[in-house]
Design a protein around this ligand. Structure first.
Ligand SMILES: Nc1ncnc2c1ncn2[C@@H]1O[C@H](COP(=O)(O)OP(=O)(O)OP(=O)(O)O)[C@@H](O)[C@H]1O
Length: 488
């Protein structure tokens, strides 16, 4: 299964505290968006309502998608109709969120009603699940005294440090007008750093670190009202992470509202999710609704492993049209491909669970800012990461299930969906190319196609100019979404 970022020694942990917004300057960017585009939160006025990308002419009208009842971004209501506080609405407006998506419109009334009820929520990748759980939390916070501001009232658990930091970025911007809001990040620290106390209103972290902080009394869980598990199926299904989530839950008040979100909930995890969040309201998707229509799925035949590498190099020009993510099976091959490409004069970066936290932070931050446009990684970044400029995802290796540490030649359907979902976010157009170099990989791709009832077209590599033109056209095509629906 996917790499577990929590395998870094549990000893250290990092508690980045975000100070209270400067009251004289409610939009102070030093607090709200210290680095432009850091950690997922779109910089103000950079929300998805405007989909023009700088280098090419993607101009899908979000309003059209949101007016189509069959689209996951559709809604009849406005954010105002959902009964949100004026200060929260102001935060949404700086993010350029004009209308809720389907999951936001459906989840928010369920989440915000009183007495609070648990929720298990499913919606396609890139359709705004983060805002759904963050808006509920911001609505439930009581920040009326300094003591309340400094005592955790909501806890969000995510499987990786990158996703936890990204969620912090979203809360910072969405909650920037809530006076007294303090956000704490609980992720593994570099080996010699000491964790600082979680004196904050909301904690976002990875389960192992949070559990450790509660145990060491660095975090006080007694005032918690909401617990969110993002990428919940992954969190509950992975041996280490699942145990940590259960232990963390056992340490917090029984009365918390439990909220589980993911784009995927395979049947066996769904049953488990219902135990973790008893008597929950449910928002689910049908099997055939899982794929995102704006993502054009393709595959490329490669005769050998070496040919995979050569094809990747051939694609380099396309990889840098926007930003792109290359997914490989192991940390070692991520590093090796990076080294080789850099030696040949290409600009690429790699991020794996094998390096220390602060180094990982530097790599993802430079990818978000656009300094690094091509990122080679493992499953560690398969889930949740939201970088709107990603127009191309490459499955250098098809994601595969593991059993007792051994490869099984069985595709990991969920991971495939999450990986390709790093592009095509909130109505954008994206391309996902899977490399196939042997019979096993070909079989796995065929199973993926059958499983999701989707079409994965072959790219003919006999003429690279043609390949380039075809992919560029797809990325640039303002109506690729409509074309893709028709081709299915
Ligand atoms: N109502 C909205 N209007 C405009 N943009 C939105 C809205 N809701 C969310 N977005 C944007 O859509 C993008 C995807 O949102 P988000 O990361 O929450 O998706 P997700 O459903 O959690 O995806 P994943 O399953 O991959 O984690 C983000 O850039 C976010 O800012």
């Amino acid at each position: 299964m996917s790499e577990n970022p929590e395998t870094t020694p549990a000893g250290g942990s990092l508690a980045d505290r975000v100070t209270k917004p400067d009251e004289s300057k409610p939009t102070d960017s030093s607090n709200v968006s210290a680095a432009p585009k850091e950690d997922g939160a779109s910089a103000p006025a950079q929300g998805s309502a405007e989909l023009e990308e700088p280098d090419y002419t993607v101009a899908v009208k979000l309003s059209d998608l949101q007016a189509d009842p069959n689209n996951p971004l559709f809604s009849v209501k406005s954010f105002e109709d959902l009964g949100l506080d004026a200060r929260i609405l102001k935060g949404l407006s700086t993010m350029n969120f004009r209308k809720p998506s389907k999951v936001q419109e459906r989840a928010l009334p369920l989440l915000m009603s009183n007495p609070p009820k648990n929720l298990v929520g499913q919606s396609q990748s890139g359709t705004g699940k983060t805002a759904a759980f963050v808006l509920n939390i911001l609505s439930r916070l009581d920040l009326s005294t300094e003591q309340l501001q400094m005592t955790p009232q909501a806890l969000i658990l995510a499987p990786t440090r990158e996703l936890a930091r990204q969620i912090v970025g979203v809360i910072q911007i969405m909650g920037q007008f809530l006076e007294g809001l303090v956000i704490g990040t609980a992720v593994p620290a570099d080996s010699n750093a000491r964790p600082s106390k979680m004196d904050c209103s909301v904690v976002v972290g990875t389960p192992g670190t949070v559990q450790d902080m509660i145990k060491k009394r660095i975090m006080n869980p007694t005032g918690l009202k909401v617990l969110v598990l993002d990428e919940a199926d992954n969190m509950l299904d992975q041996q280490g992470l699942g145990d940590q989530c259960i232990r963390a839950k056992a340490m917090i008040p029984r009365t918390v509202q439990i909220v589980l979100f993911s784009a995927t909930f395979p049947a066996h995890v769904y049953r488990y999710a219902n135990k973790f969040a008893p008597a929950a309201n449910e928002i689910t998707l049908q099997h055939e609704e899982l794929t995102v229509e704006g993502i054009k799925q393709l595959y490329m035949d490669c005769n050998t492993d070496e040919e995979k590498y050569q094809n990747l190099v051939q694609l380099y020009g396309l990889l840098t049209v926007g930003s792109s993510i290359i997914f490989v099976r192991t940390r070692a091959s991520a590093v090796e491909i990076e080294k080789r490409m850099v030696a040949e004069g290409h600009t690429v970066a790699s991020l794996t669970g094998g390096v220390e936290g602060s180094q990982r932070d530097a790599v993802i931050d430079s990818f978000r800012s656009g300094d690094a446009k091509v990122l080679i990684t493992t499953n560690v970044l398969a889930r949740g990461i939201d970088v709107s400029t990603v127009s191309l995802v490459v499955n250098y290796d098809i994601p595969e299930e593991y059993s007792s540490g051994q490869r099984t030649n069985t595709p990991d359907f969920q991971t495939y969906l999450h990986r390709i979902g790093r592009t095509g976010r909130f109505g954008r157009i994206g391309v996902a190319i899977s490399f196939v170099s042997n019979r096993n990989e070909w079989e796995m791709l065929r199973k993926i196609q059958d499983h999701f009832q989707c079409v994965i077209d072959r790219i003919d590599t006999s003429d690279w100019d043609e390949v380039e033109e075809m992919i560029k056209k797809t990325i640039k095509n303002t109506r690729a979404q409509a074309d893709f629906v028709q081709s299915n």
